[in-house]
Design a protein around this ligand. Sequence first.
Ligand SMILES: *[C@@H]1O[C@H](CO)[C@@H](O)[C@H](O)[C@H]1NC(C)=O
Ligand SMILES: *[C@@H]1O[C@H](CO)[C@@H](O)[C@H](O)[C@H]1NC(C)=O
Ligand SMILES: *[C@@H]1O[C@H](CO)[C@@H](O)[C@H](O)[C@H]1NC(C)=O
Ligand SMILES: *[C@@H]1O[C@H](CO)[C@@H](O)[C@H](O)[C@H]1NC(C)=O
Ligand SMILES: [Cu+2]
Length: 239
Amino acid sequence: MQIISTSSAALAALFFSTLVLGQTAPETGKPEDTTGARGDAKTFDNPAGAVYWADFSKTAVSGSIKFMSSSDKDGVRVEVDLSKFPGGGVGPFGYHVHDAPVPTDGNCTGTLAHLDPFVRGQKVVCDPKRPQSCEVGDLAGKYGKIPDSSYVKSYVDPYITLTQGVGSFIGNRSIVIHTLDTKRYACANITMYSGNVTVPKNETTNGPIKFEGSDGNRLASTLWGCGVGVAVGLRMLMV
Ligand SMILES: *[C@@H]1O[C@H](CO)[C@@H](O)[C@H](O)[C@H]1NC(C)=O
Ligand SMILES: *[C@@H]1O[C@H](CO)[C@@H](O)[C@H](O)[C@H]1NC(C)=O
Ligand SMILES: *[C@@H]1O[C@H](CO)[C@@H](O)[C@H](O)[C@H]1NC(C)=O
Ligand SMILES: *[C@@H]1O[C@H](CO)[C@@H](O)[C@H](O)[C@H]1NC(C)=O
Ligand SMILES: [Cu+2]
């Protein structure tokens, strides 16, 4: 299914040609199984047993979303347990990982945009049948919006990561919940979870999750890490 070869040489060549020839890769939503201009977002090597959470108890809604990496290190288990959503057609509610944490005053605007380190963009709506082609942070797009006043759901997402230093790292960011009209209804920081929790093994609720060959995430994080100019430049070309 992968159009972009999984060898790092080919991926590197793609980046090289993109950068050197100044081509701007188009936004996806195309048949290719890539996430965006930077390739496939799949992550691996999550720190075993790491647990983060977004605590919504001090917001307009109640509950939390926990993010756990299991002993197999592939993908992050997401456990959504939220309640107190208003009825009356205000929902269903989308929710996403946003780039920045919530400002101390709680203003959700300060969380900036969706986490999209692979520069996928939003022109094409996320197709839940092809989660690999969605923005990394678009959890509702990939796994469904919150339909009712209470919502309990768990799944394994192979694209977000709990590995610090990688572009898809979520532990220093936030979750924003949106009303149907896309307004920001509630938001909470993602922080390390300090309670005791048993991290279940990731029985693959979302199909097999495997590390396949080279990894755009590692390459992307390298770009982020050392090439602020290059990476930001590339990103600006995309906008
Ligand atoms: C979210 O985290 C940031 C960074 O740690 C912090 O400055 C901010 O106060 C936190 N926001 C809330 C609402 O607690
Ligand atoms: C939230 O932040 C945005 C952008 O910084 C600002 O325009 C808006 O007025 C703020 N809202 C509140 C309620 O402070
Ligand atoms: C979060 O961490 C990632 C990976 O280390 C980093 O690239 C990003 O700049 C950080 N974001 C914030 C808002 O601290
Ligand atoms: C968490 O587990 C540790 C080690 O098993 C135990 O000492 C501690 O009391 C537990 N904390 C809570 C809040 O249950
Ligand atoms: Cu959002």
